[in-house]
Design a protein around this ligand. Structure first.
Ligand code: ADP
Length: 164
């Protein structure tokens, strides 16, 4: 059984992430999308909210599972009994950090390989933080994220603005 883990913050998931999920799921028998509980990044969505959105947008992908995790990605990959860790590369600016992480992970666990998928060109500019910024200032984010996320962000920002 070939299994891979795609770990990330997914705060929120974008079409760029979904493209990587779809393409990496085609390479393996099972793909686990690992949603990092990263309290120090001060996420817009709680880990459970991010998991729920991902479950919704991947419901048609039969070999994709979604799980929350905390701690090191490589430990989560081991816990899932997976052989591969998937990361997406958008631009050369991602490369330095990703290469360093992959090499560190390789030393920590010789049995696990990192697979990099380069972004599809139409999503090369796309990041969760840009999406949040555009949404915050009332811009249309429907070209960047699925409708489930458009809905969830607008609800979240309405609640935030009411409590300000
Ligand atoms: P992290 O905090 O782990 O970087 P992200 O949710 O920002 O979490 O990203 C998870 C992974 O998805 C990373 O490997 C990142 O490079 C990749 N990624 C993010 N946006 C895109 C995109 N538009 N196209 C391809 N890969 C992407």
């Amino acid at each position: 059984m070939k299994r891979a883990v795609y770990p990330g913050s997914f705060d929120p998931v974008t079409f760029g992430h979904i493209d990587i999920i779809r393409r990496s799921a085609d390479l393996v028998d099972e793909l686990v999308v690992g949603v990092l509980q990263n309290n120090n990044k001060n996420p817009l969505f709680s880990v459970q909210e991010r998991v729920n959105i991902l479950l919704d947008v991947t419901k048609d992908m039969k070999n994709v599972r979604v799980e929350a995790f905390s701690g090191l990605s490589i430990d989560f990959v081991k816990k899932c009994d997976a052989q591969f860790l998937v990361r997406g590369l958008r631009a050369i600016t991602d490369f330095d950090y990703e290469l360093q992480m992959a090499q560190t992970n390789r030393i920590m666990s010789r049995d696990i390989d990192t697979i990099f998928l380069t972004t599809s060109l139409e999503y090369a500019y796309l990041s969760s933080s840009t999406v949040k910024e555009v949404a915050y200032y009332g811009g249309d984010i429907s070209k960047f994220v699925p409708k489930e996320v458009v809905r969830a962000i607008s609800q979240k920002l309405n609640i935030q603005k009411k409590s300000d």
